[in-house]
Design a protein around this ligand. Structure first.
Ligand code: SF4
Length: 482
């Protein structure tokens, strides 16, 4: 039942608690937060489970950066459901956001004690959140996310990519270590080279897909996806991230040398056909498709067409990334041409406006052509900016906020085995999988140094200047809510 159907039913029975709650949830989905809160409150007035609905209202306030109002609603919910794990976790996150790290640690501790020992995933997640709030530098919790470059093998020779020139294949011992960590992992990004060229990738993907809490993101040119892969992918908790650098056959094939545009379209259509097949009850999570666009001289004039293409072809999100590792004329950011900056800015503004409230979420990672370094201005950034309250802190007990959580949550393993906390970190490596186990790297001296420099608010010691310039979203710094 959609919003209009629910509204019609409510006209006949305006005080119906269930219908008001359902309408509130539907309004939340389309980001009409005031209407969502109004109907959830009306549901409570008419007898809907208040403990449940107050958590929903608090989540809406939390997601829109209205932390003090969220804390107020959670306080009311806590009076009704004091032992709720969800409430303790939300209170832990909110206290941390408002600078009360001590209270945050206590709420997470309470939540940790409530999680059964056999729930490995949740136990580790709560322990990790507690350790962030306690500002630990050596962690008992395990890593919660990976970015993994499995291999540099690729069958294309794209204009902007030289990766195939450096031989690299992830050693089996590291793949086995990653598999052992699957019970604790929330997200893993698989990338290459081209992962669908790897004969072991199907087994690896299926193994990961058997863990209900694990979300997989697969970065691919998409040209090798057949019926079997389309079926497996669309049944998984995953995002398939296509690299599409033009919506025009001629430009696409001139950028992605060796690729065939018609094969790309067939692949997207095939995946969409499989998405339409109802999922079995035992399929968990959700499947989405996304598009990565590397912006360069050859394609910057067609940026708005990528949004048309994304909408027409059913993509869920669209990412713009700058061309990197190329110094020649294709690098429009190093070698600007007259009018390009204005054209890109105009296109990005128009796409941002279209994505707001639309189906396709837009993430802009482009630098300004005037030399400013790239930053993420995805939905989370807008969310922070749209709220006047996200910066409000509990001044009675506010501590120095942690700028970034990636060194507490994530490891990114790139070609030749080098590890950073996250893909955007440009400082020193924290280890190499050829020399050390993942567990050793997780608490290595260098990883501790990242954590310490963030705790002591000295990110300039080791981190990328973009991260403390104030332009990065919470999401890009690993601080997204949830
Ligand atoms: S602040 Fe930036 S460079 Fe430092 S760990 Fe976080 S993402 Fe990496």
């Amino acid at each position: 039942m959609d919003i209009e159907d629910i509204k019609k039913e409510l006209e006949q029975d305006p005080e119906n608690a269930d219908l008001n709650a359902r309408l509130g949830w539907e309004y939340e989905k389309i980001k009409d937060y005031d209407s969502a809160v109004r109907h959830l409150n009306k549901a409570i007035e008419n007898g809907f489970d208040a403990g449940h609905a107050l958590i929903d209202i608090a989540r809406i306030y939390e997601n829109t950066g209205r932390y003090s109002e969220a804390l107020g609603e959670l306080g009311r919910a806590s009076g009704l459901k004091a032992d709720s794990l969800e409430i303790q976790m939300s209170l832990g996150r909110l206290c941390r956001e408002t600078g009360d790290y001590a209270a945050s640690g206590k709420y997470f501790k309470k939540a940790y004690e409530a999680v059964p020992a056999e729930d490995l995933f949740l136990k580790n997640k709560v322990l990790n959140e507690m350790e962030i709030s306690q500002k630990k530098t050596v962690l008992a919790s395990k890593v919660r996310g990976f970015g993994v470059n499995l291999s540099n093998k690729c069958d294309l020779r794209c204009k902007m990519c030289q990766i195939w020139k450096t031989p690299w294949d992830m050693p089996r011992k590291t793949i086995d270590e990653i598999i052992k960590l699957f019970p604790y992992i929330e997200v893993v990004f698989w990338q290459g080279g081209e992962v669908f060229l790897l004969d072991y990738f199907r087994d690896l993907f299926r193994k990961a897909a058997s863990f209900p809490n694990l979300y997989q993101v697969i970065v691919t040119h998409g040209l090798l996806i057949d019926e079997n892969w389309a079926r497996d992918l669309t049944r998984a908790n995953a995002t398939l991230l296509y690299s599409v650098d033009s919506t025009e056959k001629q430009t696409y094939e001139s950028i992605r040398k060796g690729a065939d545009f018609d094969t790309l379209l067939r692949s997207i259509d095939l995946v969409n056909r499989h998405r339409e097949v109802p999922r079995d009850k035992d399929c968990h999570g959700k499947f989405e498709t996304a598009m990565n666009v590397v912006v360069m001289r050859s394609n910057y004039r067609e940026l708005e067409r990528f949004m048309d293409f994304a909408e027409e072809r059913g993509f869920d999100h669209l990412h713009f990334l700058p061309i990197e590792n190329v110094e020649g004329p294709e690098n429009i950011f190093l070698n600007p041409e007259p009018g390009a900056a204005e054209r890109i800015e105009t296109a990005v503004s128009a796409i941002t406006a279209r994505s707001s409230g639309g189906r396709v979420r837009f993430y802009n990672w482009l630098p300004r052509i005037n030399g400013q370094k790239s930053c993420c201005t995805g939905p989370e950034r807008e969310k922070e900016q749209s709220s006047g309250e996200s910066g409000k802190r509990n001044t009675a007990c506010a501590e120095q906020a942690l700028l970034c959580y990636w060194p507490w949550k994530h490891m990114f393993i790139e070609a030749e085995g080098w590890v950073r906390p996250y893909a955007i970190c440009t400082g020193e490596y924290v280890g190499n999988v050829l020399d050390n186990s993942l567990q050793e790297i997780w608490n290595s001296e260098k990883m501790q140094e990242y954590r310490r420099s963030i705790i002591e608010n000295r990110p300039q010691d080791i981190c990328d200047p973009r991260c403390f310039s104030g332009v990065m979203s919470k999401e890009c710094l690993g601080r997204s809510i949830g």
